[in-house]
Ligand binder design. Structure first.
Ligand code: PEP
Length: 251
């Protein structure tokens, strides 16, 4: 019922020339996997050139952040309309932005609303730290992030949402979560909270991804889980062969 979804978060990697080469390398493999929604999220500086490259492709582009204001004196920021020129998706509330750049549930909420107002689909990231995980606070933290980050979102927009559950201790560490454990958080906490916000029918339509050290070897074990609809992939999305393999595993 929910179309599988895999997004590659290239983070702060690749100049536009390098991004062009990487995209060219992975495009034939990605194009072939029609049953999966495929998104690549390069840095802002590569969006223009990649949007030209992907003009006739089913592979979509996403940005890694935006500012909620329309325009104005916000040096260094990028508005929703600027993102919309090139992208269909935008990653919001990634743990690196929360940890290093001051993103909060409140600012994520403003960004989600601004993204929808401009016809962008947000990929909203939630997840607990290692300390929170070890002290049994996963459900509490993820509930707070979902409830506050997605507060007052219009119900018609809600079902377009993509949510990524990314335990912070699994991001970039090579220590992926246990697939059954991730499935339990996604079904029992993330989707449960989405149902409380938007009703069960809508919650059943929302794609929820797992993210955190997904690679070509372990991807299938996550995507086989009934509540996991795909992946948000960091490191492995910078290697064409690995990323294509991950996307193939989501079919
Ligand atoms: C991410 O940055 O969203 C991520 C999941 O990174 P990695 O796949 O490298 O753990």
């Amino acid at each position: 019922m929910r179309k599988p979804f895999v997004a590659g978060n290239w983070k702060m990697n690749k100049t536009s020339d390098q991004a062009t080469l990487l995209a060219a390398d992975m495009l034939p493999g990605l194009e072939a996997v029609k049953t999966v929604e495929r998104v690549i999220c390069p840095p802002f500086t590569s969006l223009m050139v990649l949007s030209g490259m992907l003009a006739d492709s089913e592979v979509k582009l996403g940005a890694q952040n935006l500012h909620w204001e329309e325009s104005g004196a916000y040096t260094g920021e990028i508005s929703p309309a600027m993102v919309k020129e090139f992208c269909q998706f935008v990653i919001l509330g990634h743990s690196e932005r929360r940890a290093y750049f001051g993103d909060t549930d409140e600012s994520v909420n403003k960004k989600v609303k601004a993204a929808f107002a401009h016809g962008l689909i947000p990929i909203v990231c939630v997840g607990e730290t290692l300390d929170e995980y070890e002290s049994g606070k996963t459900a509490e933290v993820v509930t707070r992030q979902v409830k506050n980050g997605l507060k007052e979102i219009e119900s018609e927009n809600a079902e377009k949402l993509v949510v990524a559950y990314e335990p912070i201790w699994a991001i970039g560490t090579g220590k992926a979560a246990n697939p059954e454990g991730a499935n339990a958080v996604i079904g029992g906490v993330v989707r449960q909270n989405l149902a409380e916000l938007f009703g069960n029918d809508r919650a059943q339509k929302i794609r929820i991804l797992y993210g955190g050290s997904v690679n070509g070897q372990n991807a299938a074990s996550f995507f086989q889980q009934p509540e996991i609809d795909g992946g948000l992939v960091g490191g492995a999305s910078l290697k064409a062969e690995d990323f294509v393999k991950i996307v193939e595993s989501a079919t």
